[in-house]
Design a protein around this ligand. Structure first.
Ligand SMILES: [Zn+2]
Length: 474
């Protein structure tokens, strides 16, 4: 067995309206090359101008993770030629990044461990290349070119693939809570590269480091790291002299394995130098404090523990709810307004979570959710009808009353109509009636279920129950 040593480099798109060095929009999803100008296309003779909002968000990121903000930092040019980078250099920060140090806590064997950050620096995103299958050309979209990024670099403090994922989840929620990025991995606004090496237990000497690029979801991070650990330990144990090479490997999601991309370049290959077009960034204490005003003070672990304590949730429930800032906020706002916050949590987890994960909108707010729960509790809506209302509120929005009207779920309290229906159901289910008489409670639930199915969940549950009981006494 070898010890695993992992360091991460995370690229995060900051939530600015415009790009880092020009006024082009950063909106996601526009037609290719419609959000470009001479600056972000890298045309000769253009001059970049720094976006103040981006600097301010980078300072906030440093604040969230406890980094030191450097009063003086600088942009450099990282030179390389690739079609996604028409200037043939990327503007980034090299020797003087805006933030140094800091860290994020994760749990390791029940103890809190600080995963230290090396630095956070700003840089511009390159464009995006697409390689259509079976074609002899590639396509370039420069809408992304120049979108402001922060790159968060950790020290090699992570000890397992699971820990790397926990770290990333904590990082993401903190960035979302602080309004720095919306961290949508599926849209590429949070991307992760991992450096991984193995070492003999008890020694401090790290093995050869391999970088894995192109990992685009938390699940893939875990899979890619597990595969790479296995590949390296197999090489060390059975490689018969074949060595681990220092290289960059690409994670192939489809094939579920890493593939060698190129031997790893060193910093000198990029011929970094200070960008002569951009002034040094000088920050006063006042500017730093202003950018860090109203930062969330709670860490991801603290939030999870508070959810367990104040809302009476299990660790698993609290973890699921706090992994995402949107859900955590909904829980906090609705939980405050309800006498039994567990009920709120149950609705969000059982009905909301999969809707949320499927990406189908998020249009329900805390007060609407509370109105819905109240309607169910007062008997004004059956549970199954409430589920339909919830789904519609989540996807489309609107008020509880309007949604009930639109979906035709007004509760049916028409005694005559229900009596006829129940008589029919009882007549059709002699087996269930016999079981109820023999004391089987489940069979009663079966009849209720049949009534709800026939009425599409609109039967008033109290009235339906009373009518079934009356019918059984006949
Ligand atoms: Zn532009």
């Amino acid at each position: 067995m070898y010890d695993i040593v992992i360091g991460l480099e995370i690229h995060v798109e900051m939530k600015t309206k415009t790009k880092l060095f020009c006024g082009c929009s950063t909106e996601f999803g526009a037609a290719p090359n419609t959000q470009v100008c001479p600056v972000c296309l890298g045309l000769p003779g253009t001059l970049p101008q720094v976006n103040k909002e981006a600097i301010s968000l980078a300072i906030r990121a440093g604040g969230v993770f406890g980094s030191t903000i450097q009063p003086i930092s600088q942009f450099s040019r990282k030179n390389y030629m690739y079609p996604d980078l028409p200037k043939a250099y990327q503007i980034t920060q090299y020797q003087e990044p805006i933030c140094i140090g800091g860290g994020i806590e994760v749990m390791r064997e029940g103890e809190r461990v600080m995963i230290r950050l090396e630095r956070i620096h700003m840089e511009e995103d390159p464009g995006k290349l697409m390689h259509p299958e079976y074609e002899f050309f590639s396509l370039a979209d420069y809408n992304r070119s120049g979108i402001p990024l922060i790159e968060i670099v950790t020290k090699p403090d992570l000890r397992s693939p699971e820990e790397a994922v926990e770290f990333l989840k904590a990082l993401r929620t903190q960035l979302e809570f602080a309004g720095i990025s919306d961290c949508r991995m599926e849209q590429g606004s949070l991307r992760c590269d991992a450096n991984i090496s193995l070492k003999e237990p008890g020694t401090e000497i790290l093995g050869t480091r391999v970088e894995i690029k192109n990992i685009n979801s938390f699940r893939e991070v875990q899979k890619a790291l597990e595969k790479e650990v296995k590949r390296q330990s197999d090489l060390l144990r059975f490689g018969e002299g074949e060595k681990i090479v220092q290289e960059t490997r690409k994670w192939d999601t489809g094939k579920g394995r890493t593939i060698s991309m190129r031997s790893k370049e060193d910093a000198e290959d990029y011929r970094f130098f200070d960008d002569p077009d951009l002034p040094v960034i000088q920050l006063t204490q006042g500017q730093i404090e202003a950018a860090q005003a109203d930062l969330p003070t709670e860490t991801a672990i603290q939030r999870r523990e508070r959810f367990q304590m104040s809302y009476g949730l299990s660790e698993e429930e609290a973890t699921k709810l706090t992994e995402d800032a949107v859900l955590a906020r909904l829980m906090d706002q609705a939980g405050e307004g309800h006498s039994d916050p567990r009920k709120v949590a149950t609705w969000i987890l059982t009905e909301g979570l999969c809707l949320y994960r499927s990406g189908e909108g998020f249009r329900v707010d805390a007060s609407t959710l509370l109105v819905l729960l109240e309607t169910v509790e007062s008997g004004g809506l059956s549970h199954s009808a409430a589920k339909q209302v919830f789904e519609s509120l989540w996807k489309i929005g609107g008020t509880v009353d309007d949604t009930i009207q639109v979906l035709g779920l007004q509760q049916n309290s028409d005694q005559d109509e229900l009596t006829d229906l129940i008589a029919k159901i009882v007549a059709e289910n002699p087996q269930a009636i016999a079981e109820i008489r023999a004391g089987n409670g489940k069979a009663f639930g079966f009849l209720m279920g049949a009534v709800m199915k026939e009425t599409k969940g609109t039967a008033n549950p109290k009235i339906a129950k009373a009518l079934i009981e009356a019918e059984l006494k006949r």
